[in-house]
Design a binder for this molecule. Structure first.
Ligand code: NGO
Length: 461
């Protein structure tokens, strides 16, 4: 049964503390809240103010709505921005803001969405539009999977043939444009994200998932012979050569280029599914490469297989594969490393919703909205408690995507579920409440022209 009147608690992700005022509300002009994002004000009916942190932390905020106006306070601009996202949701439709106080702050610092640009390329404009949708749910990291077997999607000066690979009828890019991000495009995306308090996390996947680089530069292969381009969805057949010095000259140039173009603190070096790399070569490669992000001022992130190697201080391990109980991950935690939780059977947005989903994969099982919601990241892996978690991420791999509509269809309404897992304290989470609040977003996505899946477990208007 959907609520008949708008409630202060009708927000996703659910705020940490909500104190409603009975029968008090304040109505704003339809565009008043959206205008705030462009021009925060310290006066007028909706007042934004930076104040000394009173326990809200770097992203928290205090929102007070009375019959005469709105006051939004935060210790930092990011908190004001997240508070404005809450206001936007509360004002949706009729502009009526239910009276009361919200005090809110995130459970985890890293609330991520990943977009695979390698299997299907999305342009800078399409990425920017996606960021606009992600921030409404307080997602603050966008992980861009820039390279893989099928294509290399970021310009690297001095290595021009990298971005000539990919495309074709399979899982390559089939859109207009060059099919990769120039460094100018990348800078534009990074700047747009930063203005919205989103940190871009670039990934150069190595030593596996590198067929596109080997096609472009045969000198990187073991025998120096060319390899054939691949646009199928197989994994695990390619590898950089740990014993060749050309490998490390290439890798360092790439990582320096990406680090210099990235204001955020992270550089993701992949490390997943290196089925064609011996365990010895894998560790030897990582021992040379994992220190490079720090050399260029960044923290390394890698998929959780990297925990088999010696990890430099500050390296973050991203857990993804449900079949691995993550033994090495617990050891990495014991050695002081942090973890990003992205278990495919909960957070992979490329998993089908159900048997009828026309796109997506199902190797980690079907992931309906409730399965993306009903889990606790701190209770997923033995030896990986809350204190070890940097946060949560929702990867979207694009083997089966052909358009922005496909991207949005798999993202909404599951991303809001992962966003609430990332933001809201476990004690404040409840499926029935989430399902009821989520229903209000169907008409909003329709009005915004967003393609979304009408998940049957939600009582949509
Ligand atoms: C970290 C990781 N590596 C694999 C795995 O996730 O599954 C994805 C599809 O779900 C696939 O695209 C990716 O290459």
């Amino acid at each position: 049964m959907r609520p008949q009147t708008k409630r202060l608690a009708d927000v996703i992700p659910a705020p940490a503390l909500v104190v409603p005022e009975p029968a008090v509300s304040f109505t704003v002009a339809p565009d008043a809240v959206a205008a705030l994002a462009a021009a925060p004000r310290a006066d007028g009916p909706i007042r934004l103010a930076l104040t000394d942190a009173d326990g809200l932390g770097p992203e928290g905020y205090r929102l007070e709505i009375t019959a005469t106006g709105v006051t939004l306070r935060a210790a930092a601009p990011a908190g004001l921005f997240w508070g404005v996202q809450t206001l936007r949701q509360l004002a949706a439709g009729d502009g009526v803001l239910p009276g009361g106080v919200i005090e809110d702050r995130p459970r985890f610092a890293y609330r991520g969405a990943m977009l695979d640009l390698a299997r299907h390329f999305f342009t800078a404009a399409e990425i920017r539009a996606h960021i606009d949708l992600l921030v409404q749910f307080k997602i603050n990291h966008l992980h861009l999977h820039l390279t893989d077997d099928q294509g290399w999607r970021l310009e690297i000066p001095g290595w021009p043939r990298l971005t000539e690979v990919g495309g074709g009828p399979g899982t390559g890019c089939d859109g207009a444009g060059p099919g990769f991000l120039t460094l100018a495009d990348y800078a534009e995306v990074v700047a747009y994200a930063a203005e919205r308090f989103v940190t871009v996390v670039p990934e150069i996947d190595m030593p596996g998932h590198v067929n596109a680089a080997l096609v472009a530069y045969p000198e990187l292969t073991a025998d120096g012979q060319p390899v054939a381009p691949r646009t199928d969805a197989e994994v695990g057949y390619s590898s950089l050569v740990a014993g060749k010095e050309e490998t490390y000259a290439f890798v360092e140039t790439v990582l320096k280029t990406v680090a210099d173009a990235t204001p955020g603190p992270y550089l993701h070096i992949g490390g997943d599914e290196c089925l064609s790399t011996t365990a010895e070569d894998y560790r030897a490669f990582l021992s040379r490469v994992l220190p490079l992000p720090a050399k260029y001022g960044k923290r390394a992130i890698g998929w959780h297989e990297i925990a088999a190697a010696d990890l430099p201080e500050g390296t973050v391990v991203q857990y993804w594969r449900p079949q691995d109980e993550g033994t090495n991950v617990a050891a990495a935690v014991a050695a002081g490393h942090q973890v990003i939780m992205a278990p495919a059977d909960r957070t992979y947005l490329d998993m089908k919703y159900d048997e009828t989903t026309p796109i997506g994969l199902d190797w980690a099982g079907l992931v309906p909205v409730r399965r993306a919601y009903d889990w606790d990241p701190a209770d997923r892996l033995p030896g990986v408690p809350e204190t070890a978690l940097l946060g949560v991420a929702a990867p979207l791999w694009s083997e089966t995507l052909r358009s922005v509509a496909d991207l949005q269809y798999l993202t909404f309404p599951r991303l809001p579920a992962v966003a609430e897992v990332s933001w809201t304290p476990q004690a404040g989470r409840d499926w029935d409440s989430f399902a009821e609040r989520l229903a209000a977003f169907g008409p909003r996505w329709d009005a915004a022209g967003v393609t979304w899946f009408r998940a049957p477990e939600i009582d949509w208007p």
